[in-house]
Design a protein around this ligand. Structure first.
Ligand code: UD1
Ligand code: CA
Length: 454
């Protein structure tokens, strides 16, 4: 049986932030969420999160994760003290405990699986993940004998000059035989530079303790400050982009593109510079996204082009051309082969296929049929100051430039709307609607100018 415990009680002083460190985000999810996700292959029977600084806030942020147990560490007296808080909760637990620092967001699930396997195969009292870092500053140094058996872990700040030359570092990820760990936890002391109870000191009391090197040392990057947070973001981005490029996605200037790991891309998608794909976004085969486009929680079908635009919580069907400077949001759905153009905002609307909304429009709470042509500057006045109202526009209808539809209002099919109309009443099929003052011409009219001093 395996239980998992995540250390998430520290404030993270070096972040210089009001937000607890473990709630800072990498690629759209918090550090602690990512650490939790990395454990999924182990199928742990219990998941414990040790909280302290802003405990409520950390707890609330994880409300969607099933069956978590929160254990409070009221004062943050060190990582060893944090694990001591588990003694009551795990009193009757007899399996292995995987301990993870809450600030190590780039772990691969397979790495944890391997760690657990080594731990169990060798029947170790403890097994920890280590790496050889080119720049080990800030990390605890791990001293082993020739068989990877750990003799000592010394924190960076407690190291003497000679010890600092050791580049093998502690990743902050450990498997323990819980009953053996539980027996030695009370022996920890705070006799070190920080006056804290270090979890790493238990290795002095346990045997055998084995170090297992992680192949890709980026995985165990710990986040202590904003610089490391930015570096972790970069590492994650490179992983995600490499993955999709191997699967047949073209990226023009990948460094200027960001893609969250929740996004799905099909082959022959092209992503142009300065584009950002977030949340549950799917992009279909052959679509070209960008330059300069943000897409969040949206489904884009095949062979769509979206340039310099923002698409949030919406769906765009195949063959559409969107942008430049289009904003689709609020569950908007655009049908096949439609064209949504310059400076157009569409909210919570359904646009039928082969429909054009090409220039300078706002459509809110609208339903458009097929092959509708929305003239430049057409606006739905959907809000009366209290409530939102729908506008329905039938197939084949053409709206003149600068028309306003005062909702609720319905236009039938094949209606023609004269330019500049303010339409307040429903219009039947095939009709022409002119809803504006008729032009008047006053002939031979001269401005009546009063001459001064006359
Ligand atoms: C720790 C390790 C170090 C290792 C590094 C890897 C110790 C003593 N040192 O150092 O050997 O190289 O991680 O990243 O363990 N926390 C609590 N309660 C506390 C203190 C900390 O829950 O009282 C949590 C923090 O929220 C954080 C994690 O433990 O998620 C690690 O704490 P941190 O202060 O970042 O430890 P490091 O100095 O990085
Ligand atoms: Ca750390």
């Amino acid at each position: 049986m395996v239980a998992v415990a995540i250390l998430a009680a520290g404030r993270g002083t070096r972040m210089k932030s009001d937000l607890p460190k473990v709630l800072h985000q990498v690629g759209g999810r918090s550090l602690v969420e990512r650490v939790l996700e990395s454990c999924y292959l182990l199928n742990p029977s219990r998941k414990l999160v040790i909280v302290g600084y802003e405990a409520q806030r950390v707890q609330r942020s994880l409300h969607q994760v099933n069956s978590l147990e929160f254990v409070e560490q009221k004062e943050q007296l060190g990582t060893g003290h944090a694990i001591q808080q588990l003694l009551p909760s795990l009193k009757d637990f007899a399996g292995d405990l995987l301990v993870l620092n809450g600030d190590v967001p780039l772990l691969r699930p397979e790495t944890l699986e391997n760690l657990l396997r080594s731990h169990q195969v060798y029947r170790n009292a403890a097994t920890l993940l280590t790496a050889h870092l080119p720049n080990p500053r800030g990390y605890g140094r791990v001293f082993c004998d020739d068989n990877d058996l750990v003799r000592q872990i010394v924190e960076d700040r407690d190291c003497n000059a000679a010890q600092k030359q050791n580049h093998r570092i502690n990743g902050g990820i450990y498997c323990f035989n819980w009953p053996q760990l539980a027996a030695v936890l009370p022996k920890l002391s705070s006799n070190n530079d920080q006056g804290e109870y270090y979890l790493t000191d238990v290795v002095k009391h346990l045997s055998p303790v084995m170090a297992v090197d992680v192949k890709d040392y980026f995985e165990i990057s710990g986040i202590n400050d904003r610089k490391q947070l930015a570096i972790a973001n970069d590492i994650l981005q490179n992983r995600i982009k490499d993955y999709w490029m191997v699967k047949g996605v073209t990226m023009v200037d990948p460094d200027s593109i960001t893609i969250e790991d929740t996004v799905e891309l099909q082959p022959d998608v092209v992503i142009e510079p300065q584009s950002h794909l977030r949340g549950n976004t799917v992009i279909g085969k052959g679509s070209v996204i960008g330059p300069g486009t943000l897409i969040e929680n949206s489904k884009i079908a095949e062979n769509v082009t979206i340039r310099y635009s923002v698409v949030i919580d919406s769906k765009v069907a195949s063959g559409c051309r969107v942008g430049p400077y289009t904003h689709l949001r609020g569950q908007t759905q655009v049908g096949n082969s439609s064209r949504i153009g310059n400076f157009v905002e569409i909210k919570n609307s359904i646009v039928g296929k082969k429909t054009n909304v090409a220039h300078l429009s706002y459509l809110g709470d609208a339903k458009l049929g097929e092959q509708v042509n929305i003239g430049a500057g057409t606006i739905t006045a959907n809000y009366d100051g209290v409530q939102k109202h729908p506008t329905i526009i039938g197939s084949g209808t053409k709206t003149g430039a600068n028309s306003v539809f005062v909702a609720p209002v319905t236009l039938g099919e094949n209606v023609t709307v004269a330019a500049g109309s303010v339409v307040t009443n429903d219009v039947p099929n095939q009709a022409l609607v002119i809803a504006r003052e008729r032009q008047r011409i006053i002939k031979d009219w001269k401005m009546n100018i009063k001459k001064k001093n006359q």
